[in-house]
Structure formats: C-alpha cells, structure tokens
Design a protein around this ligand. Structure first.
Ligand SMILES: Nc1ncnc2c1ncn2[C@@H]1O[C@H](COP(=O)(O)OP(=O)(O)OP(=O)(O)O)[C@@H](O)[C@H]1O
Length: 216
C-alpha cells in the first residue's frame, strides 16, 4: 500500500509553519511499501497531529492524504475500516488501551477483529514473554505501569495484519534494554510481512535500519 501526502498543512499549525522549515508539511511525499521511515522532530511540532491525520482520526487540514490512491476525505467509511483492519496498524503515543479490560483482552480484540487473524492466540504469550510482560497479561490495563502499557500497545499493534505500522514515540516509557527488545520484535514482524513503518520521535537512534529520515 502506498501512502501519499500532498501539500498537507494542519490548521492549528498553519501560523507556526512560517517559523521553521519542514520536510513534511506542505510537501509532496510518497511513502512506498516497505520503507522504514524515521520522523524526528522537537516537541510540539506536530508528530501526533501527523499520526492522527494519517490514520484519519482528524481532518482539520488542507491538502490531501491518500492510501493506495484513495483520498481519505472522500473514501467511504466501510472501505477505510477494511483498510485499517488489513493494512494499517498504529501504536499511539497515549496507548489507547481499554483500562477496564485486561492487557490480554486488549490485545485479543485486535487479533480477532480482522476477518482473517494473522496469528493464533498463543502468539500473544510468545510476544509477551519476549517483552517481559507475561506476568501482567491478566491484569486490568488501567492498573499497569506506563512502561507495561506501552509494551501491551506494541503487542496489540503487532498481532493484527498490516502493511504499514505507524508508531508515535513508541518507546517513550521504556528503558534502553526494553526498547531494544521491543525494536527487535517490531523489526522482525515488519521484515516477515515486508511491511513499512513510520516512526516519530524526538531524537536520533540506531534501533532500526531506517531507509528514510525526515524532519517535521
Ligand atoms: N485541535 C487543536 N487545536 C489547537 N491546537 C492544536 C490542536 N491539535 C494540536 N494542536 C497544537 O499543535 C501543536 C502540535 O501538537 P502535537 O501533539 O501534534 O505535537 P507533537 O510533536 O506530537 O508533540 P510532543 O512531542 O510533545 O508529543 C501543538 O502546539 C498543539 O498545541
């Protein structure tokens, strides 16, 4: 799946944009399948805004966003839902877990949502063991620490099918060792599926073999 951004300017950032050069806002960008893209930008420059625009959680912008040639503003909701379930997975900065469901239930919801689940249920335990969160799988997500919630959100994103993984500061609550473990799992899953990713963060890192760097 190709993702295209054409001259996108978020309405709340329109004035700020005069003050700094961006490689994303108001540019023509094509993200080809399989690219591993790092988007590095300081706080408040629009990383979360970009992620929400890309996933069509907000549409307060000028310009155009397309998934596989489909304009997000005119594409029927049912068609978007199918593309989200089969092709795009997101790790949100604020995790967005259901706090009253257990960690396992949060992950399982994403596993069974697509018509053809990618993985059997055992994969949840396997991934949880690798990220050292097996012991909290049956705990309510709202009671988990932020670092635990972030690893659950990572597993939830990896358990569903995708061609693109969109990650908004996905390691912000993790220490170095856990970040490396999570990055290794993400890299493996993307390689297996020949999937691309867009990862936003504040700083440089060497967690992945990025194929493209952009500043917001
Ligand atoms: N709906 C909105 N109305 C007004 N301003 C907004 C709105 N959404 C975002 N902003 C502003 O746009 C800017 C970018 O916000 P955003 O959350 O995308 O930044 P960010 O790069 O993800 O920041 P951080 O690294 O701190 O998470 C901020 O100044 C924010 O206050």
């Amino acid at each position: 799946m190709q993702i295209i951004l054409s001259k996108v300017i978020p309405t709340p950032l329109r004035d700020k944009m005069q003050q700094r050069e961006s490689e994303i806002w108001n540019k023509e960008l094509v993200f080809e399948p399989g690219q591993w893209v790092k988007i590095k930008a300081p706080s408040g420059t629009g990383k979360t805004t970009l992620v929400h625009i890309l996933y069509k959680l907000r549409h307060d912008y000028s310009g155009k966003v397309q998934w596989n040639g489909k304009d997000l503003t005119s594409c029927p909701a049912a068609e978007l839902a199918v593309m989200r379930q089969s092709s795009i997975s997101v790790i949100f900065q604020d995790m967005r877990l259901f706090s009253n469901l257990t960690a396992r239930e949060n992950i399982e919801l994403n596993r069974i949502l697509p018509v053809h689940p990618r993985y059997a249920v055992e994969k949840i335990d396997e991934m949880a063991a690798r990220l050292q969160v097996s012991h909290i799988l049956d705990q309510r997500a709202g009671l988990c620490s932020y670092g635990e919630q972030q690893r659950i959100a990572i597993i939830r994103a990896l358990i569903q099918p995708f061609q693109w993984l969109i990650m908004d500061e996905p390691f912000s609550h993790l220490d170095e060792e856990n970040t490396r473990k999570a990055a290794a799992l993400i890299a493996e899953e993307c390689t297996l599926r020949k999937a691309g990713f867009l990862l936003t963060d504040l700083d440089e890192d060497d967690y992945f073999a990025y194929t493209r760097y952009l500043g917001l």
